[in-house]
Design a binder for this molecule. Structure first.
Ligand SMILES: *[C@@H]1O[C@H](CO)[C@@H](O)[C@H](O)[C@H]1NC(C)=O
Ligand SMILES: *[C@@H]1O[C@H](CO)[C@@H](O)[C@H](O)[C@H]1NC(C)=O
Ligand SMILES: *[C@@H]1O[C@H](CO)[C@@H](O)[C@H](O)[C@H]1NC(C)=O
Ligand SMILES: *[C@@H]1O[C@H](CO)[C@@H](O)[C@H](O)[C@H]1NC(C)=O
Ligand SMILES: *[C@@H]1O[C@H](CO)[C@@H](O)[C@H](O)[C@H]1NC(C)=O
Ligand SMILES: *[C@@H]1O[C@H](CO)[C@@H](O)[C@H](O)[C@H]1NC(C)=O
Ligand SMILES: *[C@@H]1O[C@H](CO)[C@@H](O)[C@H](O)[C@H]1NC(C)=O
Length: 467
């Protein structure tokens, strides 16, 4: 055999194995890469089909390619199915960005997109939640913000055109946001007390925000991250463009209200709770949201989604307690720095965390989903009724407790992780049980290798044929 023939063979084998792997990786870890409960009708299957399904890996591929869940087997109420995406933090290109880095940014979009395109049809979730930090920096122009949003909508997390036409249309005009008008709207609303009125935040039974009303597609929830809007340096410009393209920063949606299985999603902007802020009125507004939520009677389960995790002592997650403020020497160029403002923090501060937990979970059970700590972890906040305080721990020590799921990042360095949250209603105990697993892909180089080996195999095989 000639050298070319050898190389072509090796490249073809490598490309085949790698490409099968990248499209079927969830089947290698089928327990962690699926909902806790699935509903397949196995009654009419032949013995051969049964034994095929029982095989590791192959059985899982067979199941996901050839079978659909049988809605007749779904429990009532149906399980809650949430697919969580931790901190994508996509980069952008500056005029000075080198060619290799540009290529890397481009490929990274498709790498994360690959994870999404593999997991979304597999899971068919009811909700997709991006846990904040869509972008790598809050110090970017409107134009760059639009360009990254467009990449997010078209490459990373593509959705039906009917649902994204408004955002893409707005982006296409490339007009800077009118933050002055936003300033006037915001301050008028604040002065008139609109942010103390639950009708500013409260929704019910939302399955699709858009007029497209595509109810079989997941509801796409965006959570503000420090790299999207900033900490103490947040401006009206940041908030205006966020609201324009990603929606409200604070809201809740109630489902199955007035039933024994009521549940709600609460989305909280955790960046304006701990100041000091450049615009202290954002802090006032954020706390008005918390207070309004606390005063709204609720009898059900809550899924609190926010970017920054609650306070916890060292060692419970990768990030320990940490808070930093702007000073003379640590202000990056282009940042809207004022000495003393909040620069960054790993957790919400202790007192803030207590207030948030008490407001949300005083009379409600549930879970917290956060991002920010890229490694991810699970902790339990145990409630002590004597002191009315919550304390994070690796174990449950109190009857009243709330689980915090810090979702591991989807970035390549963290193996393209996806967080999978199943809520299952326990008919006997009359409450929602939650189950969480993480589904890992591989570092981005494996995906790169699959694509490059495929290109190489096609090239070499073509050369062989035309030679
Ligand atoms: C965003 O994309 C548009 C259209 O491709 C381009 O004209 C503009 O320069 C980009 N903005 C930045 C900051 O690169
Ligand atoms: C809250 O807002 C709603 C709708 O805008 C309005 O009907 C209601 O009167 C407001 N409630 C208070 C207490 O202002
Ligand atoms: C959206 O579609 C669902 C059925 O898929 C229907 O029940 C609902 O009324 C529709 N909502 C609107 C606002 O059209
Ligand atoms: C989240 O952001 C996407 C992308 O801009 C948008 O299409 C979607 O409607 C937003 N979701 C909400 C709940 O506002
Ligand atoms: C809350 O809802 C449950 C189930 O419907 C009911 O049994 C209970 O009495 C309610 N509690 C209050 C305080 O309304
Ligand atoms: C929570 O329960 C307590 C005691 O039952 C009650 O006083 C309070 O009003 C309730 N709060 C909410 C928001 O439902
Ligand atoms: C400014 O803060 C940084 C931490 O962000 C710290 O290392 C540095 O010592 C501080 N500088 C001054 C002048 O206080």
């Amino acid at each position: 055999m000639s050298l070319l023939r050898h190389l072509a063979l090796i490249a073809t084998i490598l490309a085949t194995i790698l490409n099968i792997y990248i499209y079927t990786y969830p089947s290698l870890d089928s327990n962690n890469c699926d909902w806790q409960y699935t509903y397949y009708n196995e009654e009419d299957l032949s013995p051969l089909q049964h034994s095929l399904l029982g095989l590791p890996y192959i059985g899982d591929i067979y199941k996901h390619v050839f079978f659909k869940e049988d809605p007749r087997l779904f429990p009532e109420p149906m399980d809650l199915r949430i697919m969580a995406i931790g901190d994508p933090q996509i980069n952008g290109n500056w005029p000075s960005t080198r060619y290799m880095k540009r290529l890397d940014n481009y490929a990274n979009d498709w790498y994360i997109g690959h994870v999404f395109r593999t997991m979304k049809p597999r899971l068919n979730p009811q909700i997709v939640a991006v846990m904040g930090d869509m972008f790598s920096s809050q110090w970017i122009s409107d134009s760059e913000f639009y360009n990254r949003t467009k990449r997010m909508i078209t490459r990373l997390f593509p959705r039906p055109e009917a649902q994204t036409a408004a955002e893409l249309g707005f982006i296409g005009r490339y007009a800077d946001v009118d933050w002055r008008a936003h300033y006037r709207w915001f301050n008028q609303a604040l002065n008139e007390g609109l942010f103390k009125n639950s009708s500013s935040y409260s929704y019910s039974e939302v399955r699709d925000w858009t007029s497209a009303n595509i109810t079989e597609e997941p509801l796409f929830i965006n959570i503000t991250g420090n790299h999207d809007i900033g900490y103490g340096d947040t401006t009206y410009q940041h908030m205006c463009r966020w609201r324009k393209l990603f929606g409200k920063d604070n809201f809740w949606i109630e489902y199955a209200k007035n039933t024994d299985h009521a549940w709600r999603v609460v989305v909280l902007n955790s960046l304006a709770l701990d100041g000091p802020l450049l615009q202290p009125e954002f802090e006032r507004y954020d706390w008005q949201f918390i207070d309004t939520l606390a005063q709204t009677p609720y009898n059900g389960t809550t899924i609190l989604m926010t970017h920054i995790p609650m306070y916890k002592k060292e060692g419970l997650c990768a990030d320990g307690p940490f808070v930093d403020h702007f000073n003379k020497s640590n202000c990056p160029p282009k940042a809207n720095c004022k000495i003393g403002l909040l620069k960054s923090e790993n957790h919400l501060q202790y007192a803030t965390s207590q207030r948030v937990l008490n407001a949300v979970f005083a009379n409600s059970s549930g879970i917290i989903m956060t991002g920010h700590d890229h490694v991810g972890c699970i902790n339990y906040y145990n409630y002590d009724p004597e002191t009315s305080t919550w304390e994070a721990s690796k174990s449950v020590t109190s009857e009243k407790h709330v689980t915090e799921l810090t979702v591991r990042s989807v970035m390549g360095e963290f193996e393209g992780n996806i967080g999978i949250v199943t809520g299952h209603f326990d008919r006997n105990a009359h409450n929602w049980d939650f189950h969480y697993s993480t589904c890992s892909f591989s570092i981005q180089h494996v995906w790169w290798a699959a694509k490059l080996s495929l290109a190489l195999a096609v090239l070499l095989d073509t050369l062989l044929v035309i030679r």
